[in-house]
Design a protein around this ligand. Structure first.
Ligand SMILES: Cc1cc2nc3c(=O)[nH]c(=O)nc-3n(C[C@H](O)[C@H](O)[C@H](O)COP(=O)(O)OP(=O)(O)OC[C@H]3O[C@@H](n4cnc5c(N)ncnc54)[C@H](O)[C@@H]3O)c2cc1C
Length: 401
């Protein structure tokens, strides 16, 4: 299989590269490269506004709603340049998850109300699906919503709700019918996060971040029209959304960028009088990771080139998620191994806090934040469907087991 980019594609790539070089403020790029999780809300808003102004606020949306209608290949080139420039790939729950659902299944009023502020970076979203006891087995969710006097009254608890504390809105899966089979009784509700009865409690994650949360809902009332599509169809919409999520979960751009950082770090670290990158053991590990990232890239390109072909790609995207997420851990582990003891001094995201100025001058810009990035990467094999769940999907869909 060959992927030759046309002259127009290459010109497009350069246009994107030039845009980031000319317009992405260096202090933003530096903070994004460090990879604080969650990033500063003001930074996210500033970046999204910049992209929106250029017409690239949501490249994957249809042009009618402010997207680009780019081909899958163009989107790929764009993402690669975004990562290479240390731009921000954030706001997933809004731009990548709830927006496609609204575009496909929402009412005209919902699209007009919710899509523009999301595109401008004025409103952020959280995804309230998982519950204690309903993660992989999502259909087991217990949070209930009952229609009472023109309002849904919601009671229950969600967990691992990313960005709940910084979001204006949440989209929640709730049980609205207990008399039918579990998947048929679930609905998809849009809930303002400042509604009385909602309590958000942060969960401190392994690297010290506070992006994750528990969300408690106690007699939370939202208007009946906050339901997306039909009552009882939430499972279908959620599946649509999770398929969207998985297509992007090969972590290709992250893996390529972080591999390059591992290489930069290994060039500066001396081992037995030679740069680490020249030692056979490390060079071998780096080369193996590079081959696997390249293979992932070709697999992603194959999926992208089939995106419009209507083929059932579910087993393939599960394979990409499986592969991409474990590679994310390998690549960030490589960085830590290359950093050696320095990794311990690069724990946090505060760039100045742990480096002496002499170290800052000597070490590549790739260094800060690597330990935190490697720790956060542990989660990539869990969220968006765990490894075992992906294997089950592949076994069923690809091998009929
Ligand atoms: C960083 C992070 C961010 C997240 N953000 C969000 C968010 O914004 N919104 C949200 O709703 N959720 C979010 N989640 C939750 C995530 O979707 C769940 O953690 C995930 O679905 C796994 O569910 P669980 O944690 O309940 O684990 P469980 O489902 O209890 O799984 C525990 C273990 O059992 C294994 N297992 C489960 N079922 C099977 C099976 N049938 N066969 C074989 N093995 C099995 C799993 O692979 C895993 O190893 C996030 C999670 C993380 C870690």
């Amino acid at each position: 299989m060959r992927f030759d980019f046309s002259a127009e594609d290459e010109a497009f790539r350069l246009e994107v590269r030039r845009f980031f070089a000319d317009h992405l403020p260096p202090e933003l790029a530096r903070r994004f490269a460090i990879g604080a999780h969650p990033p500063d809300r003001a930074d996210v808003r500033r970046f999204q506004a910049l992209m929106h102004k250029r017409g690239w606020g949501a490249p994957h949306w249809p042009a009618e709603w402010g997207g680009t209608d780019w081909s899958p290949l163009r989107k790929h080139l764009f993402m690669e340049e975004l990562y290479n420039a240390d731009g921000l790939d954030y706001g997933w729950q809004g731009l990548h998850m709830v927006a496609p659902v609204l575009i496909a299944f929402g009412s005209q009023a919902q699209k007009e109300r919710f899509l523009p502020p999301m595109l401008r970076g004025d409103e952020f979203w959280a995804q309230g699906f998982s519950e204690p006891g309903a993660g992989s087995d999502l259909a087991n969710l217990k949070t209930q919503a009952v229609l009472e006097g023109g309002e849904w009254v919601i009671n229950g608890q969600k967990i691992w709700t990313s960005d709940a504390a910084m979001s204006e809105w949440g989209f929640f899966l709730v049980r609205t019918d207990t008399t039918v089979k579990p998947q048929r009784g679930i609905s998809f509700l849009l809930v303002p996060m400042d509604t009385p009865g909602i309590t958000v409690r942060p969960i401190v994650s392994i690297e010290g971040g506070t992006g994750l949360n528990e969300v408690f809902l106690e007699n939370v009332r939202v208007p009946a029209e906050n339901i997306v599509g039909e009552a009882g169809m939430g499972w279908t919409y959620a599946k649509y959304l999770l398929e969207k999520e998985r297509t992007s979960s090969a972590f290709l751009y992250f893996n390529k960028r972080e591999l390059e950082k591992a290489r930069q770090i290994a060039r500066t670290h001396m081992c037995g009088g030679v740069p680490l990158i020249e030692t056979p053991a490390f060079a071998n590990r780096l080369a193996r990771a590079e081959v696997d990232v390249l293979a992932l890239e070709y697999s992603v390109l194959r999926v992208l080139s089939n995106e419009k072909g209507g083929k059932d790609l579910n087993a393939i995207v599960s394979a990409l998620k499986l592969r991409g997420s474990s590679l994310q851990q390998r690549v960030t582990d490589l960085q830590l191994d290359a950093l050696g003891l320095r990794a311990l001094r690069q724990w946090g995201h505060g760039e100045g806090e742990v480096m002496t100025s002499e170290e800052a001058a000597r070490w590549p810009a790739a260094v800060p934040g690597r330990t935190a990035a490697a720790l956060i990467a542990r989660a990539s094999t869990i969220y968006g469907g765990s490894q075992e769940v992906q294997k089950n999907i592949i076994a069923k869909l690809a091998f009929g087991l």
